[in-house]
Every structure is written in structure tokens, then in C-alpha cells.
Design a protein around this ligand. Structure first.
Ligand SMILES: CC(C)(COP(=O)(O)OP(=O)(O)OC[C@H]1O[C@@H](n2cnc3c(N)ncnc32)[C@H](O)[C@@H]1OP(=O)(O)O)[C@@H](O)C(=O)NCCC(=O)NCCS
Length: 263
């Protein structure tokens, strides 16, 4: 996070009281996070000062963030609007069913030469130029690619994070593809603590609950300015059982986040 982003700290007598960080995605957008004020210094305007400093530094770009309930009022008062909800799921499941694949579909390890394709898919799904983050994750994470008819249709990354591992981002054209990718990582790491942050409109939440990754938290997606031209769900948002062929379409979207700060 430090390597890829910019940040400000609030200090008093040389001691750090608060932080905020942001990550630039091309000229149009930025993501903001790590907004933390020490308990003893809360309610004294430090958070607001940090946010004003970050907004000034980010300039004309639209800003995305995922807000805790504590941060909502502050962000609203600074011009952020609510755009959705993200659920945090985590657990150490032992009994993960094998992914159901459709004909001509497979989940394969990501190969060294696939970075450019991975970046292209990320941009198509999120509407953001996150190439610097994807470059970094390409080396720091393990990846699998969803292939359909020999073409890359999506991918999911898996990396050390917090108490265990994180599965994200997961990008796929539909919920069946997203489940296939996520099942791969859960199934090959049974009993390991894994976390996913999934948008509410992904429809994945109930499925993750059933697998043994309960929802343990929720944050509010917000944007100050213009939301990126990201794709919306293309198929089966209800998370029904998979039978027969899935609609493929040419859209791709994000089904799990990199993390809450980076989106
Ligand atoms: C959210 C947080 C950063 C706010 O920092 P702060 O220095 O306490 O905030 P400020 O004193 O600058 O207050 C700014 C506004 O936030 C709101 N606010 C502050 N603390 C709040 C709380 N606990 N609950 C709800 N709203 C709160 C108020 O509306 C306040 O508006 P005002 O200036 O008109 O009174 C701080 O409470 C914190 O670190 N919380 C824990 C970590 C966290 O949740 N961070 C946000 C991640 S998205």
C-alpha cells in the first residue's frame, strides 16, 4: 500500500495522530483509504483536516472510497455520494464443492506472459487504470485465469493478507465464472483462513455464507465526482444453481475487491 500510494499524517509534538492515503488511477480517478485517527484524538477535526489535505492533493480526479459507519458523515459532508455496499466475508471452510465448469471452460494457472491481458481485463471491468497495482500484484500474488473457448474471460488473485489469505480481485463475465474462480482457491486451500470483500449486487454473499465464510462486516461504497464507467452484472445476480450453459456476453466485472482501500 505504501509503495503504490501517497499519504498524509497528522502529527502533534512529533507523534502521529492520524493517517490518510490515496492511490491514483490514471488522470480521471483515485481511490482513498487508511483514514484512521487515534481514539484519543477523534472528534477534534483531525479526520476532516486529513481528508481536506488528501482531496486537495488528488486535485480534479474523482475519488472512490469504502466507508465504515464512523466515516460516513465526514465523507458525506465533503461531497461523497453513496454508490453501493460491500460485504466482508471470511472463514476457514473445509468442505468446498468442486467448481462446476461449463463446456470449453477451464481454470488454469496464470502464466508469466499474461500481465498485459490481465491489466486489460481489469480496466474493462472497473473502468479504472489500475495498471500499477495490477503490475505489483502480478508478482506478489498467485493467479488463476478463467478460459472460455481458449480465450481469457476472467481471473482471480490469491495472496497473503491479514490473518490468512485474500481472494481478490475476482473478475469474470458472470456469477458462474466468479464462483468457478473462487471455488478454485477455496478448494485448494481447505481449512485456511480466507477473506473476500464482495459488492452487494454480486449476489455472492449468500453462497459464501453457505460455504462457511460468513459475512462479518459491511462498508459503504462512495464516490466524489463521476463514478468510473464500470460494467454491471451481466448474468444471474440471484446466484441460482448452475444448470446448462451460462450466458457469456462480452462484459466483465469485479466480483471481489483487491481490498477495501484499493477497491
Ligand atoms: C472516521 C474518523 C477517521 C473520523 O476522524 P475524526 O478526527 O474523529 O473526525 P473529525 O473530528 O474531523 O469529524 C469530522 C466529522 O466526522 C463525523 N464523525 C466523527 N466521528 C464520528 C463518529 N464516531 N461517528 C459518526 N460520525 C463521526 C462528524 O460528523 C464530524 O463532523 P463535524 O466536523 O461537523 O462535527 C475516525 O473516527 C476514525 O479513525 N475511526 C476509526 C477508523 C475508521 O472507521 N476510519 C474510516 C475508514 S473509511
Amino acid at each position: 500500500m505504501l509503495q503504490l500510494g501517497h499519504g498524509l499524517v497528522a502529527e502533534r509534538d512529533g507523534a502521529v495522530l492520524g493517517t490518510t492515503m490515496w492511490w491514483l488511477f490514471g488522470d480521471s480517478h483515485a481511490s482513498l483509504g487508511m483514514v484512521i485517527v487515534a481514539k484519543a484524538a477523534q472528534g477534534m477535526g483531525v479526520g476532516r483536516k486529513l481528508m481536506e489535505g488528501a482531496i486537495a492533493a488528488i486535485g480534479d480526479r474523482s475519488i472512490l472510497l469504502n466507508a465504515t459507519d464512523e466515516g460516513l458523515n465526514l465523507y458525506r459532508s465533503l461531497g461523497f455520494d453513496v454508490t453501493g455496499t460491500v460485504y466482508q466475508h471470511q472463514g476457514a471452510p473445509f468442505d468446498v464443492p468442486i467448481a462446476q465448469l461449463i463446456p470449453n471452460e477451464r481454470v488454469a494457472p496464470m502464466k508469466a506472459g499474461e500481465l498485459a491481458d490481465i491489466s486489460r481485463l481489469d480496466r474493462a471491468a472497473t473502468g479504472l487504470d489500475r495498471s500499477a497495482v495490477i503490475d505489483y500484484l502480478f508478482d506478489a500474488a498467485q493467479g488463476v485465469v478463467l478460459n472460455r473457448d481458449g480465450e481469457q474471460a476472467g481471473y482471480a488473485l490469491f495472496r497473503r493478507f491479514g490473518r490468512g489469505y485474500s481472494i481478490g480481485p475476482t473478475l469474470a463475465p458472470d456469477i458462474g465464472g466468479a464462483r468457478a474462480l473462487i471455488s478454485h482457491w477455496l478448494g485448494s486451500n481447505t481449512g485456511m483462513f480466507c477473506r473476500l470483500d464482495v459488492p452487494e449486487d454480486s449476489g455472492l454473499s449468500a453462497w459464501l455464507d453457505e460455504l462457511g465464510l460468513p459475512c462479518v462486516g459491511r462498508v459503504t461504497r462512495m464516490c466524489r465526482g463521476t463514478p468510473p464507467p464500470a460494467n454491471s452484472i451481466s448474468a444471474n445476480p440471484t446466484g441460482q444453481a448452475l444448470t446448462g450453459a451460462r450466458p457469456t456476453g462480452d462484459t466483465i466485472r469485479a466480483w471481489s475487491l483487491i481490498n477495501q482501500a484499493l477497491g
